[in-house]
Design a protein around this ligand. Sequence first.
Ligand code: DSN
Length: 448
Amino acid sequence: MLQSVPLSVIKPYYIQYACLNTRKCYSENRMNSSLQEFDPQVFEIANEDLIRQQDTLTLIPSENYASKAVMQAQATVLANKYAEGYPYQRYYNGCLPCDKIEALAIERAKALFNAEHVNVQPHAGTQANMAIYQALLKPGDTILSMKLDHGGHLSHGLPQNFSGYYYNIIHYGVSPDTELIDLDYVADLAKEHQPEMVVVGASAYPRLLDFSEWRKIADSVDAYLFADISHIAGLVAGKVHPDPIPYSHVVSTTTHKTLRGPRGAIIMCKSEYAGDIDRTVFPGLQGGPFMHAILARAVAFKEALQPGFGEYQAQIIRNAKTLADQLMKNGFRLVSGGTDNHLMLIDLTSITDKLSGRQAANYLEEAGITVNKNTIPFDKRSANSTSGIRLGTPMITSRGMKETEMIVIADLISEAIKQRKKASSRKRIREKVRELCQAFPIYEDLNL
Ligand code: DSN
């Protein structure tokens, strides 16, 4: 047979076949090349970010440093496996290790949050929220949620987002006087608009949320209460923030913010909604789960179940309060006058009307401090420009920094903004930041 086939066609097959059991050939097929050997260009870029993360102070409240164990889990061969379905009910063979992993991740998440049911498959927060809306609502139903420019999230009804496209969104915001959510006003809106779902949760709200009060509002109009705790999940798991689980019909969270896991999300709900949620995640919205990410989520839940995790979360809040107090001492106004959680919003108009959040974030980046621009409530600037910057303490707390360092960082931020025109000042701050970063390394022995 082979003799009748031209050599040019045979050769690639022959090489592949002959290679299967030889190390030499695997390496010709690049199966054994390291990233550094095979693709030094990409390796260098990844390394560049490792150095950036090590040498700069990141105060973006939605980011964190996943542990080495979590990162190792994500780089395992589980990334090679399709496992559509749920544990012990898959549409692929060879899924027993995946079944064990997913069952373990679910068991650990349930233990961590005391949840009746957990789905650990959503690829990201927005996908989790999409599944919740699709499972419990019909297109056109009314959702009552927080405005993006008062601290809400894209997936809570921004017109350009799927949520704003498919559902009738009614927004609440913060009160102009206190910059806090006025629950009486939310209750009035609920009464007026009779939503099918009330969404509580934010990405730029520096105060605690009392979920029992939110449940009363939802019950008053027979609506679902959906808590998106992506920002505060670590604080909740660490028992330093009120718990949404007893009061919410359904809860979503990403796993990579204060929770300090890998990127991704989970959904928690009362048992009666389990079937609807699971069917909507798969096959409704997703195909194969990312098993390597689920493995890493299981590791992160184990970390969060350790006794020290609550203390880490408590330190995040102590650090945020210290940072906030020092910034206020230095003359900055913070939205709502401070913070009770992991984040705060600086109102830059308290210093000058001439500086936008975008400019301030860029000046700070030059000084080695990474933050993000953010609208403040009733902002006169656009989302691209903004009058505020958002700061958070999860990452600097992960590095082991405490109150003493917060005062230093607040002073560096203040100087970098106030002395922004002076290159010498930026250079001096950059040096100080580098020293601080060296004293608090992110990983002791991480090699890519
Ligand atoms: N974009 C995230 C944040 O920074 O808060 C939320 O998804």
